[in-house]
Every structure is written in C-alpha cells, then in structure tokens.
Design a protein around this ligand. Structure first.
Ligand SMILES: Cc1ncc(COP(=O)(O)O)c(C=O)c1O
Length: 401
C-alpha cells in the first residue's frame, strides 16, 4: 500500500483506538517528563532500588551469554527457574505450587498483572482496588475490559483496606479484589488478621483475589503474610511476585504468577501470543537470585530500614506529618499543612528546590493531600533532599504540629 493510501485512511479514521485514547497518562510519567530536562535534581520520585543487581547475579547472566544461551525458553519459563521458584514459595510461605501447572514466569509483575486481569475478566466485570493504589491497577483492569472500583482508605487507619468497606462495594458484577501489600504508594502492610477479614469477604461472595506481592521481602519490624497461604485461599488467589524490588533487578524484567492450573493455563495462552516468554538472560539471573541471593536481600532490607527511619524523622521534623510506613520503600507524608494540592506541592518543590516527589493524586483521589517520597536513594541524598524540603516548607510558613 502506498503512503498516500495510508494517509487517506488515517484521515478517515482516528489512528488511535478509543480504548487507548481514553487511558489516562500515568501521573508519575507526566511528572518525570518535567524533570528530565533539569539538572541538580534529587529524585525521591522513582520507585526503584538505587542498588545495582548483586554481582554474582550479573555474572551468572554474563556467563550464560558466553555459553550462547540466547534462545527462547518454554512459554511458561525455564523449568529450572520454575522448580527453584516452587521451592522458594514453599520455604518462605509454606505454599506448594506445581512448577509445571501452577507457575508462570512473566515479564515482570507488570505483565503478570496484565495477564491476570485479561485471563479472568469479561466485559463489565468489576474489580475492587484500594484508593490510593499503584497506577497500573486501574489501567490493567480497564484494558482488560473490566471496571475498577476504588475503595477509599485513610491515613488515620494507615491506608489499610477495611473488610467492611470492601463488602459494601460488592455488586453482582464484582469478580475479584486486587490487593497490593506492602503497598505502593503508602508503604502500608496489612496484618494477618486484617487480611483474613478481607479473605472472608472474598469467600462469602465467591470472589477471586489478585495479590500483588512484589514488595513482600521489604517489610520492617513486621511479618509479611502471603495471602495465598491463608486458610482456603490458595484456590481463589492469583499470587504475583517478582525480582525487581527485593533483588534490585528492575531492568531484567522478570516476575511470576502462581495460581491454580486453569488460571495459569489461561494466562499462559495470552502470554504465548503476546510475549512468548520472558528473556532467557533475565531468567538465568532470576534463577541465580533465588539460589544464592538471600544474603544481599537481607543486607538491602537493613539499609532501606535505616533510610526509612531517617526519612520519617526528617519529614516529621519539618512539619510534614508522616507515620512509620512498614513496607516497600515509600514514605507518604501529609502535605495538608502547606495548604497546597499535592500536584502544586510537587511542582513547586521541583522548581524551587530541585527535589522530585510524586503527587499523591497520581495514585487516585484518595492520595490527595500526600506526596510519595521513595527512600531507595542514598542517605546523603535523602539528607540533602530533606534539607531542601525543610527550606521549602518554611518559606510556605507552615506551623509545625
Ligand atoms: C505495586 C507494584 N506492582 C508491580 C510493579 C511492577 O513490577 P515489575 O518491575 O516486576 O514489573 C511495581 C513497580 O513499581 C509496583 O510498585
């Protein structure tokens, strides 16, 4: 077809589909486009570890390339990786997943989320999520043809999802609850008993639960409860996990889904036509991480914990109220005392003091009045950022509580 023909067609029809054009741009992305052109910015914005992937993991990947491992793998992922993952889930959470039928290696938790929603949702099926929540949740549900139903959570109750609020939002269209704890952006962790209460609602109304546990290893002074390990939950849970956060492996793009065989089979069918498989180099690295990466995970968690305590103390001392987050690597202080909206606060702070934080409103209307500050950044940078934020807040004439 000649270019003239294509231009004529494009004139007659919108090039971009309704579905794609209605998808809002990520509030995070919009913000980072703004700072990409600036110099001297300290970023507390990006949600990724500042650590480089541990050397032995990189070395295993390099060696696999030297040996010529450059092919596709099985759609479900390398059998050795699925076996190691099965053993990992058993030893960490007491869960038994068959590596051949109940596990799928994906391109990060991002792909696993997309597959899970597409595998279970029919048009107009509703999925309950918390507000605020990770930006991809409503987007993936919408792209899969479903309807996200946001249940507000409050700072006063630590942004944890309340079972009664979940139940009051259930309709005859509700198909699933999507939980993400430890939470992005709030750092909230649900206790075992709170999770059990939400699970009882899921059981009562025969709902599936998608549980995004990408931050499961990043908890401080509390235990992470794997949702699928709760009584009678394995059958109705799609457990999502990955390597990006705990092993500092964001760029390798490896994650996984664990669920009952019919769901994994459906997810694999979509995955085989869209991704085919996760990259073999990433999978080799993930295998090394599972087999020998534990020590570094624990070291990184200790370091995040130190930074977390430093940031919480610093934010409170400059007048931005911030209770201790128990998981992930985010503080979510209130900025209400400044009288600014979260977007204005983030934009002014960036322009005037060159510190990047993410407006809470990017994560849903329930995030308004807060900003997300990531502490996966070096301690000296956090210290300097807090100094600048203190100056900024002082200029706004904020009274300390
Ligand atoms: C809650 C949550 N889930 C999933 C992801 C994506 O993880 P991955 O890198 O494994 O795709 C992120 C990344 O920030 C996240 O915060």
């Amino acid at each position: 077809m000649s270019s003239v023909d294509i231009n004529q067609i494009l004139k007659r029809r919108n090039a971009v589909s309704l579905r794609a054009s209605q998808l809002p741009a990520s509030g995070i992305r919009k913000f980072f486009d703004l700072l990409s052109s600036m110099e001297g910015v300290i970023s507390l914005g990006v949600g990724e570890p500042d650590f480089v992937t541990p050397w032995h993991i990189r070395e295993a990947a390099i060696y696999s390339l030297e040996k010529g491992y450059t092919m596709y793998t099985s759609n479900k992922g390398m059998p050795e990786l699925r076996q190691a993952l099965s053993a990992y889930l058993k030893s960490h959470f007491g869960l038994t997943y068959n590596p051949d039928t109940e596990l799928l290696i994906t391109v990060g938790v991002s792909e696993a989320l997309d597959l899970a929603t597409r595998a279970i949702l029919d048009p107009e099926d509703e999925v309950i999520i918390s507000d605020p929540s990770y930006v991809a949740y409503p987007a993936c549900i919408t792209l899969a043809g479903g309807v996200p139903v946001a249940v507000p959570t409050q700072a006063e109750t630590g942004f944890r999802l309340n079972a009664a609020s979940v139940e009051s939002n259930i309709t005859r269209h509700t198909k699933a609850i999507l939980l993400g704890y430890p939470a992005n952006p709030t750092g909230a962790v649900m206790s075992r008993s709170e999770l059990i209460q939400v699970c009882q609602v899921a059981q009562k109304h025969n709902l599936l639960v998608i549980s995004d546990e990408v931050y499961s290893r990043l908890v401080y002074g509390v235990e992470h409860t794997c949702l699928a390990s709760l009584p009678d939950m394995k059958e109705r849970t799609i457990l999502l996990g990955g390597f990006s956060k705990a092993f500092a492996m964001t760029g390798w793009r490896v994650g996984y889904a664990a669920a009952r065989p019919d769901i994994i089979e459906a997810m694999t069918r979509i995955h085989q036509y869209t991704m085919l498989c996760a990259s073999i180099t990433g999978q080799v690295a993930a295998l090394e991480a599972l087999n020998n990466g534990e020590k570094e995970v624990q070291q990184m968690v200790l370091e995040y914990d130190r930074r977390r305590r430093f940031m919480v103390k610093g934010l409170n001392s400059i007048g931005l109220s911030c209770p201790e987050p128990q998981g992930a690597f985010y503080c979510f202080p209130s900025i209400r005392s400044t009288g600014l909206s979260s977007e204005d606060f983030a934009e002014k702070l960036l322009m005037e003091e060159k510190v990047a934080v993410v407006p809470g409103s990017a994560f849903g209307s329930g995030g308004e009045g807060h900003v997300r500050c990531c502490y996966a950044t070096s301690l000296p940078d956090i210290e300097e950022a807090l100094k600048r934020m203190g100056r900024f807040v002082k200029k706004l004439n904020v009274q300390k509580p």
